[in-house]
Design a binder for this molecule. Sequence first.
Ligand SMILES: Nc1ncnc2c1ncn2[C@@H]1O[C@H](COP(=O)(O)OP(=O)(O)OP(=O)(O)O)[C@@H](O)[C@H]1O
Length: 280
Amino acid sequence: MLEVKDVTFHYSREERNASPVLQQINLKIEPGETVAILGQNGSGKSTLAKLLASILRPSSGSILVDGLSTTAHGEALWTIRQHVGIVFQNPDDQLVANTVIDDIAFGPENLGLPRPEIEERVQEALALLQLEAYAHMPIQDLSIGQKQRVAIAGVLAMRPRYLLLDEPTTMISGQTARHLLETVHRLARERSLAVVHITHFMHEVAHFQRAIVMHQGRILFDETPAQLFTRIEELEAVGLDVPLICRLGQRLRERGLTWLPHTLLSSAQLKAAFQQHLAE
Ligand SMILES: Nc1ncnc2c1ncn2[C@@H]1O[C@H](COP(=O)(O)OP(=O)(O)OP(=O)(O)O)[C@@H](O)[C@H]1O
């Protein structure tokens, strides 16, 4: 489990008199859970992800990864870094080798694993991200969406228990983003991998088990997407917009279609509700 206990964070000592970037964060994420984190620019999402990945350390409070504190040193820190993988917005910040296969092998090689295990992990990661056809291609010839998949494959080759995605869909097209998120949900199901997905896009949140909204360094809401999407005014107040389909559902209910679900999460759900109503 990932456990964040009373965490406060300042980037520098000079900032200690100002408001912290993160304040009194408490959070638990179980293995296999899928969690989306939303919030306006500067609300602290990426900082939280870096703390979870032990790239940053809390100014106060603690973060435990399967019981190990992220302030640990040596072997414990090494273990945490294997268990918590992070993928950044821009894959070019993350990819280090010349070809796809070499990049994916980079992490397992650094773990000092025997060659056959490295090969096995690389092949597995290539298959999971459907990258087999690109294995020997130079990274520079790939699209951003393909590079993002290579970045995720590289992280998966470390066999993490927790996958943190820091706005991985910002630079890619809608269809590529949908495909990427479908893959991530499949991995969560098949591998009991916990996924924490940071995004600006409300419509991406519907398929996650939990949606966390951050505002000014605090957690404002932590609930299911269906619960969150009923908070139209509260979300607007913090610069977030519920998906169009939820607004449409609300308008239709106000106009007398009271048989519609309170929260519509997708157009497929709207269609199913109409079909069921017509059949009754
Ligand atoms: N390296 C840094 N040094 C000092 N302040 C920083 C640093 N990185 C981020 N900040 C500040 O910390 C606050 C939270 O930033 P953070 O990047 O965590 O927010 P975010 O919610 O991820 O924003 P975005 O959606 O724009 O990525 C912001 O005020 C930001 O300016």
